[in-house]
Design a protein around this ligand. Sequence first.
Ligand code: PGA
Length: 255
Amino acid sequence: MNKKLRKAVIAGNWKMNKNRAEAKALIEELKPLVKDADCGVIVCVPFTDLETVLAATEGSNICVGAQNCHFAPSGAFTGEIAATMLTEMGVEYVVLGHSERRQYFGETDVTVNKRLRAALDAGLKPIVCVGELLEQREQGVTAEVVGMQTRIALGGVSAEELKNIIIAYEPVWAIGTGKTATADQAGEVCGLIRATVADLYGKEAADGLTIQYGGSMNAGNAAELLAQEDVDGGLIGGAALKAPDFSAIVAAASK
Ligand code: PGA
């Protein structure tokens, strides 16, 4: 089973939640609960929490990520953050192309690709999000949509660079809705993403790629989703805001 070759990674996406005091408290509660994790553990936090969370996680097994970065190295981009500004702080990961960025902030497949390029050049490890809308699933074009998002996001990325990338399959209809994809649905689309990557980079590269599922994953449904051959971890929104919930998902991924 190729699944055994891959590293399971559970990443929390805090979205626009937690001030600095709350962020510190959550990390302090989380640290003892995940210290023996047999999977990668990442928290992707608001920009304003990064310094606090980097300090609080120092010396622990919790890695830190941001939730976006801009594609230019510097310049007249009011309100944006450059990838090198993140690496200079010690940030390791960055979420790119989240559906909320696509939906509310005009993010497109092309800008996701540009941000991915900038993130890789700066030495960040991107967690690239793809996923279909409800209408697209109902019209039977999930494979086409997700395949296209994956191909465009990875444009110009080398096989060596692919090793630093995680792809998160997040069906938009399952995000924050309490409506989880079934384990079979999640497994099927993660498998399609892996097949797309195999087509671009070869089977060996695809077999080594960590592909997460995200969308209402919680302590109750994590084990079943993570048991799927092509689901190597989770990108967790709501359930990442409470240490017992998040650590239960980490425990499920560590089995
Ligand atoms: P959710 O969010 O777990 O709250 O559905 C997942 C995500 O948006 O990454």
